[in-house]
Design a protein. Structure first.
Length: 345
């Protein structure tokens, strides 16, 4: 009887040890990024580049640029998408010829590209795209898949390391099965890494992050409630958002990329960072607030091990003298970005 009892205890101990070892083996190591992508969102040029336009990127510590070819959808509720396959009426820098030239010239200067196709919706933003029937959804995903695969094949042939499969398509991303099918299709032609650029109001609801390599966020988080905020209040705003991001990051154990982040040079830049410059023409300008927004980001979110990179919206081939605007070029924010992007070099 005693031998039987001891044998039973021994078996239970062995099973317990075996279970513990297997559970421990299944625990994934926390994400820790060593070489962050120090990026800007490159604006495609209307006319061919001469090459020198990319020369200054290295001096700012920029290691990556995102390039954005466009597709066009006339109505957010109708599944009709056009892109370069259908028309040559586009800026040179957004065509395959322009993308190829920019990619190769940047690469020669030590700057890598991320390809980020984007839908332009007449009178709306991509987050408004929503079909009104199941057949409409089937037609839309069929066309959208063809659009993305067009650029996935290009990205593969030019060894582009990261492809973003969608941007701010907030009312479509809940259709998990369709997106998973699209991701599988893309992986048959593209061997690089994949992300999706979810709006900051969307990323917590996306269920297919496990099928991608990065959690992508359009990081236009509101950081303040008043104009002319100080640095500490902006950092406090980021700390709240970081806690929310970390819940998603830990759930999927994927690195995060801020596929876009940016602030206008206005006193209200931190209240609603996503507002277009044309809607801010009556707002007072402030390089100081823009620079503080950059500083707050770098002193909080940028320091996180799980953040693989950030892409500041936006960077022109030739700086423009337009106010207000998102670009940090020739402004105080540019020097803040430079100081953090070049730190340790």
């Amino acid at each position: 009887m005693k031998k039987t009892l001891l044998l039973g205890i021994l078996i239970l101990l062995v099973l317990a040890v075996w279970t513990y070892q297997n559970q421990a083996a299944e625990v994934k190591k926390p994400v820790k990024i060593l070489d962050k992508q120090k990026g800007v969102c490159w604006v495609g040029s209307p006319k061919p580049l001469e090459g020198w336009e990319l020369d200054s990127l290295g001096s700012f510590g920029i290691t990556h640029i995102s390039q954005t070819p466009f597709g066009w959808q006339a109505d957010p509720n109708l599944p009709d998408i056009k892109w370069e396959k259908h028309t040559d009426r586009m800026w040179w820098g957004e065509s395959l010829i322009g993308l190829e030239y920019t990619t190769e010239e940047a690469r020669q200067k030590g700057v890598e590209s991320v390809l980020k196709p984007h839908l332009w919706v007449r009178g709306e933003w991509p987050g408004a795209i929503e079909m009104t029937s199941e057949q409409g959804w089937a037609d839309w995903f069929e066309q959208y898949s063809e659009f993305i695969l067009y650029y996935a094949q290009y990205a593969e042939s030019h060894q582009i390391p990261i492809l973003c499969i969608g941007t701010e398509l907030e009312l479509t991303s809940g259709r998990e099965n369709e997106w998973r099918t699209l991701i599988d299709e893309v992986r048959t032609v593209f061997s690089g890494e994949l992300t999706y650029a979810a709006n900051f109001t969307e990323y917590e609801k996306v269920k297919f992050w496990d099928a991608l390599d990065y959690i992508g966020i359009q990081a236009y988080f509101p950081l303040a409630e008043k104009i002319n905020p100080d640095l500490q209040s902006l950092k406090n705003g980021w700390k709240k958002k970081i806690k929310e991001i970390e819940k998603v990051q830990k759930k999927f154990n994927k690195p995060v990329i801020f596929t876009e982040i940016g602030y206008c040079n206005t006193v209200d830049a931190a209240i609603a960072p996503w507002i277009w410059p044309n809607e801010r023409k009556a707002v007072a300008l402030s390089e100081d607030v823009q620079a503080l927004c950059y500083q707050a980001f770098f002193e909080t979110a940028w320091e996180k091990d799980w953040l693989a990179g950030a892409y500041f919206w936006k960077w022109y081939p030739q700086p423009r003298d337009r106010n207000p605007d998102f670009t940090p070029q020739d402004k105080k924010a540019q020097e803040v970005m430079r100081s953090f992007y070049t730190a340790g070099l």
